[in-house]
Design a protein around this ligand. Structure first.
Ligand code: COA
Length: 333
């Protein structure tokens, strides 16, 4: 019997219509367009409509990914969602809510909780399920309505994040030239207090205590840890697969900060043409940023079947990861 590989069969995304520009933020906190662009590379981000939760964004991205894979909802046998701003506090999972809205009943659905790295954690899990024969078509979705967890008086955080969703169908193939080659995921829980959202069991919600479930971050520390972890991580995943950076067609990093992306790209010696950037338009969309960026590439007609992608992400946990994958779907138009 030939070996079963996992393959990214399709990509989809959704970005809400409402825009929050740096100029808008100038009216809300003591900041400037110049500071935000210089320190982060972000110009604007999208904000979910009042009646849209993370699952609603995820469903729209998921439907597009399933359609582009030429599959029906009934063909999906596992759903994994990645989010740091899900519809509910821990239960039900956002994956279960997405599955319900899609009408995918009676299949397993769970969240890969690894903050901004969640999409790579979901990809690694989908790959394992498919290669072991436990699933045939896995829908993975990164969906964020992080504006709901934003303290719009904290200028060090609120300028960074935006809402959006991206999804991919990971399916089985016997074609190694369309396969997800490798994934590498890691965490360091001793560093949790660099990036977290309060209100869980450690600091529970109690009557009389103000509930402030906001994203809290030590930006400068997180920045340094991200550059260090990602630079060695991407070098390692390339080395263990005997690949050189020059063989990468598209480097698709988590879009958290342009300076982090540039530092990692320079360590690898990548050219500008290899690096996919969406941060200027969407900001940091958490677990959705990588699939949204892949979708941008797809819709601009630059992603072809067999193209070698290097993905990397870093976020709360701390958790990080990288993946080497050849695109397994038809070229975008
Ligand atoms: N507008 C203007 N000034 C701001 C500001 C804003 N939005 N946010 C912070 N500042 C100020 C700080 O108060 C500080 O002022 P001070 O020197 O008077 O104390 C100064 O800018 C420098 O702050 P610092 O935090 O050292 O800036 P930085 O160069 O590290 O940039 C981040 C801040 C948040 C942009 C940067 O640290 C970062 O991007 N970190 C990683 C974030 C990230 O990727 N997180 C998610 C991982 S998934």
């Amino acid at each position: 019997m030939s070996k079963i590989y996992a393959s990214m069969l399709s990509i989809g995304a959704y970005s809400p219509e409402r825009r929050l520009t740096n100029v808008d933020l100038e009216k809300m906190v003591d900041t400037s367009d110049e500071w935000i662009v210089k320190r982060t590379g972000i110009k604007e981000r999208r904000i979910a409509a009042d009646d849209q939760a993370a699952s609603d964004l995820g469903v729209l991205a998921a439907r597009q990914a399933i359609e582009r894979a030429n599959l029906a909802i009934g063909d999906i046998d596992l759903i994994i969602a990645a989010t740091l701003s899900g519809d509910f506090l821990f239960m039900p999972s956002t994956a279960a809510v997405i599955a319900g809205k899609l009408g995918a009943i009676n299949i397993p659905a769970f969240d890969a909780l690894a903050a901004c790295s969640g999409f790579i954690y979901a990809l690694a899990t989908a790959k394992a399920y498919i290669e072991s024969g436990m699933a045939s078509n896995v829908l993975i979705a990164g969906a964020e309505a992080s504006s709901r967890f934003m303290d719009y008086s904290d200028r060090s955080v609120c300028v960074l994040f935006g809402d959006g969703a991206g999804a991919a169908v990971i399916g089985a193939t016997d074609d190694p030239s369309a396969a997800i080659i490798d994934t590498k995921i890691a965490s360091d829980g001793t560093q949790w207090d660099n990036l977290y959202i309060d209100g869980g069991g450690k600091n529970p919600i109690r009557e009389g205590k103000p509930y402030r479930p906001f994203i809290r971050m030590k930006g400068n520390e997180t920045f340094k840890l991200a550059v260090r972890a990602l630079s060695s991580d991407v070098a390692e995943i390339l080395a263990r697969n005997n690949l050189k950076a020059s063989q990468i067609k598209h480097f698709i990093p988590h879009q958290a900060n342009l300076r982090i992306i540039k530092a990692v790209s320079e360590t690898l010696g990548l050219s500008e043409e290899q690096v996919v950037l969406t941060i200027e338009r969407y900001g940091n969309t958490g677990a959705a940023s990588i699939p949204m960026a892949i979708n941008d590439l797809y819709e601009s007609g630059k992603l072809n079947k067999g193209d070698l992608m290097l993905l990397d992400a870093f976020g709360g946990g701390l958790a990080w990861g990288s993946a080497l994958a050849r695109f397994g779907g038809d070229a975008g138009r």
